[in-house]
Design a protein around this ligand. Structure first.
Ligand SMILES: *[C@@H]1O[C@H](CO)[C@@H](O)[C@H](O)[C@H]1NC(C)=O
Ligand SMILES: *[C@@H]1O[C@H](CO)[C@@H](O)[C@H](O)[C@H]1NC(C)=O
Ligand SMILES: *[C@@H]1O[C@H](CO)[C@@H](O)[C@H](O)[C@H]1NC(C)=O
Ligand SMILES: *[C@@H]1O[C@H](CO)[C@@H](O)[C@H](O)[C@H]1NC(C)=O
Length: 352
């Protein structure tokens, strides 16, 4: 994607500089060229005649500052990218009006809205026709993200993150409309459920951050074949069912389930990928049963199990058999009496 944009811009710069040296042509000709190139690349769409000629040559693709205040547009010539920061917007109405301004180019890199307490609702179609690759909406007081709020970004967004808001309503069903989404985050919000089904088949997704939204998970995570990192810490989960995270991804690096209230993990709950970590730190596991953890450790998974009330009786004797699977359990794992499991004498399990 990025290299295509660079290619496009280089091509345009080359076109513009040769054409001004040799045959200037009419501004309209150049506008047509730019428009058609942009459509071909679905990038930097030229929409506004009356910005010519200042924006011709890509010196300033941002809208007029006054038209979009208090949002601020920045163009990074060397990165061929425009960012828009709307952190000081005063109301939903104002944000909606801003996106009705004349935008010479519609495709931005980043939308930032941070540390704002004025907005509660991100309205459907708020961005009008303006698209973003990265949507970074952090530390605000949003409560409702309407169904079509991100409509203009379905084809462009690679990162969508609503870290630390007060979101109680989010259009999870719209997630499957994103065609390039790699990272989705909604950590630290107030949702009542995490609808795992909404992620099914989003095979572009690599990272999912859904921590501290303090409620139940519904369903299982399936068919996310490029997933690397799924974070579900702090969600009060108690029982992890069979097939909970069975994504089919061979790229999984970590499943984060720390700081829940997990008392049991059923066999076959997770994908098995060599070298992958499962972080079960700070949960309520009283045992590491072989039916669940045996196949994972044999498959090369590393288990982080610090701060669980492990009873360390005959139930974990299997970890100390000749294949010494305890070596794949993190060094800070302790029994409920405080003894580090790596300091246990294997001979105590001979009589089990
Ligand atoms: C855009 O694509 C059309 C059809 O493929 C082609 O005729 C046209 O030359 C392209 N425009 C540019 C600027 O590359
Ligand atoms: C958005 O873009 C589409 C297609 O380019 C166009 O049909 C539509 O009128 C535009 N809407 C606005 C509000 O500019
Ligand atoms: C997985 O998702 C892809 C992309 O949506 C889809 O084509 C495929 O049929 C799905 N496979 C399964 C087993 O659900
Ligand atoms: C597991 O989670 C704990 C608590 O957040 C953290 O300290 C630890 O570094 C994590 N381990 C890994 C491998 O990420």
């Amino acid at each position: 994607m990025k290299s295509r944009v660079v290619t496009l811009l280089l091509a345009l710069v080359a076109y513009v500089s040769t054409s001004s040296k040799h045959s200037p042509g009419s501004l309209d000709d150049r506008k047509d060229y730019i428009t058609s190139y942009a459509y071909n690349q679905s990038k930097l769409q030229w929409v506004q005649d009356n910005h010519m000629p200042e924006y011709y040559g890509y010196k300033q693709p941002c809208p007029n500052a006054d038209d979009i205040a208090p949002c601020v547009c920045k163009y990074y010539a060397d990165e061929h990218a425009m960012d828009l920061d709307c952190s000081t917007v005063e109301s939903e109405e104002q944000l909606r009006q801003i996106f009705k301004a004349d935008f010479p180019f519609k495709n931005f890199r980043t939308f930032n809205l941070q540390h704002n307490s004025n907005l509660k609702v991100l309205e459907s179609y708020v961005f009008n026709n303006i698209s973003f690759e990265r949507i970074e909406i952090y530390y605000n007081e949003f409560e409702v993200i309407e169904d079509h709020a991100l409509y203009s970004c379905y084809e462009t967004a690679t990162v969508v993150d609503f870290y630390k808001n007060r979101i109680t309503s989010f259009p999870f069903d719209a997630l499957s409309n994103f065609v390039h989404l790699k990272e989705f985050g909604i950590t630290s919000n107030s949702l009542s459920t995490i609808p795992a089904y909404a992620f099914h088949g989003i095979t572009t997704l690599e990272i999912i951050w859904i921590q501290y939204i303090t409620q139940n998970n519904v369903g299982t995570f399936q068919n996310l074949t490029n997933l690397k990192d799924i974070a579900m810490g702090g969600n009060s989960l108690t029982i992890i069912p069979t097939n909970f995270i069975k994504t089919g991804s061979t790229r999984l690096e970590i499943i984060r389930l720390q700081s829940n209230a997990i008392i049991s993990v059923e066999p076959g709950a997770f994908d098995i990928v060599e070298g992958m970590h499962i972080n079960m730190t700070s949960n309520s596991l009283s045992t590491l049963d072989e039916a669940t953890w045996g196949p994972l450790l044999v498959g090369g998974v590393v288990l982080d199990a610090a701060n669980n009330p492990l009873s360390c009786g005959c139930d974990i004797a299997w970890l100390f058999k000749e294949d010494q699977r305890f070596g794949q359990v993190s060094k800070d794992t302790t029994c409920s009496d405080g003894e580090n499991i790596h300091n246990l004498d294997p001979s105590i399990f001979y009589s089990c």
